[in-house]
Design a protein around this ligand. Structure first.
Ligand code: SF4
Length: 356
């Protein structure tokens, strides 16, 4: 599709006019503080605004500046992030805050290229911070922008390819007006999420309707093109919830794990660790009672099906259990402290059903 036959200036001014007539009251919109904008953009990666908003408030309240976040412990940061998923975002936030605070003397990077150096900041987030906080003329390109451009300009490239990403980025950077980069970017994000939405876009009230290729050619449902090659792996987990009086056994997920730093329970995959306890008087596997309800949980590339078994260890075996947990690298945690552990949503849901 030759996009040159379209009036770029008209497109940009109509998008901005729509945005000005349909403002959205979001807390990070009224600020040019790069820290708060960065926080909001990281929270909103893979998260809807309604779900991310309470987390944004929690974070700016607990850590009002990049220094406050840098000086927090990783446990505190992960605990606050609990329930939002994709925990690498929280770990990267903390890592970058420490880097900015200790290595850059607390001065936030102020150009697109410097922002790209930050862990967890890709081209979209760097463009958003650079344009919103520093007025740099750099277009954001995410799923919303792909969709609006693909439909309006009739681009039928597979948006999952690197080639398409480059072309969409080049087009968006031609469309962005030099005098209003922040407004244009915000307009594109909002227009794509609220009006030109994936399902049921509101074409009847769209100001671009007359010149929109997809609308004119009855191809709204066909664009953008995305050939999904992601394979979802099914995985079963059997957790063992081991308790002795008010003490629980917890497993802290190790480095490189998708849930790195979070707490869950020993798993059946580690049966050998549980089996070894047979030699002592613990007999962990023999004591296990399966809980009837199973739990489903969707990760980016995995569908988890989790079942849980409870294991009650008599209190006279407390010392043996402690020694065993120490040796296997597990943590004994008092019941009152469980709430303070950062846990995956799957575990939070399980505990809620158990009355915690
Ligand atoms: S007319 Fe419909 S498809 Fe075209 S830009 Fe507007 S909302 Fe999107």
């Amino acid at each position: 599709m030759n996009t040159k036959r379209f009036d770029y200036q008209l497109f940009s001014s109509q998008i901005i006019q729509w945005y000005q007539a349909n403002p959205r009251d979001l807390p990070w919109r009224g600020t040019q503080d790069p820290y708060q904008i960065w926080l909001s953009e990281i929270i909103l990666q893979q998260t809807r605004v309604a779900q991310g908003l309470p987390y944004y408030y929690k974070f700016v309240t607990a850590f009002p500046s990049v220094g406050d976040l840098a000086l927090a412990s990783e446990e505190e940061v992960l605990r606050l992030w609990q329930g939002l998923g994709y925990y690498s975002r929280a770990r990267n936030l903390h890592f970058c805050a420490k880097y900015i605070w200790h290595e850059l003397d607390g001065k936030f990077p102020d150009t697109y290229d410097q922002l790209l150096e930050l862990k967890g900041v890709g081209s979209y987030t760097a463009a958003a911070i650079a344009s919103f906080a520093f007025g740099e003329v750099r277009a954001v390109v995410d799923g919303n922008v792909f969709r609006v451009l693909a439909r309006y300009f009739g681009i039928d490239m597979d948006i999952a390819t690197g080639k398409a990403k480059k072309e969409f980025e080049a087009l968006a950077n031609q469309l962005i007006p030099k005098e209003q980069p922040a407004e244009f970017n915000q307009a594109m994000m909002d227009f794509g999420s609220r009006l030109c939405s994936p399902k049921n876009p509101d074409c009847p009230s769209c100001p671009l309707q007359q010149s929109c290729f997809a609308f004119q050619q009855d191809m709204v449902k066909d664009l953008p093109v995305k050939i999904n090659k992601t394979k979802i792996r099914e995985r079963s987990i059997h957790y063992y919830v081991i308790r002795c009086g008010k003490m629980w056994i917890w497993n802290r997920r190790s480095k490189g794990d998708i849930w790195e730093g979070l707490y869950d329970f020993p798993q059946a995959e580690e049966n050998s660790k549980l089996e070894e306890a047979k030699g002592s008087s613990l007999h962990l596997l023999d004591r296990a009672k399966k809980i009837p309800k199973s739990y489903r949980h969707l990760l980016s590339h995995q569908r988890l099906n989790a079942v849980f078994s409870e294991v009650e260890v008599p209190e006279q075996h407390m010392q043996i259990l402690k020694d065993w947990a120490d040796e296997k690298g597990y943590h004994l945690v008092e019941e009152e402290q469980i709430d303070y552990l950062a846990k995956p949503k799957l575990i939070v849901n399980f505990l809620r059903d158990q009355g915690f």
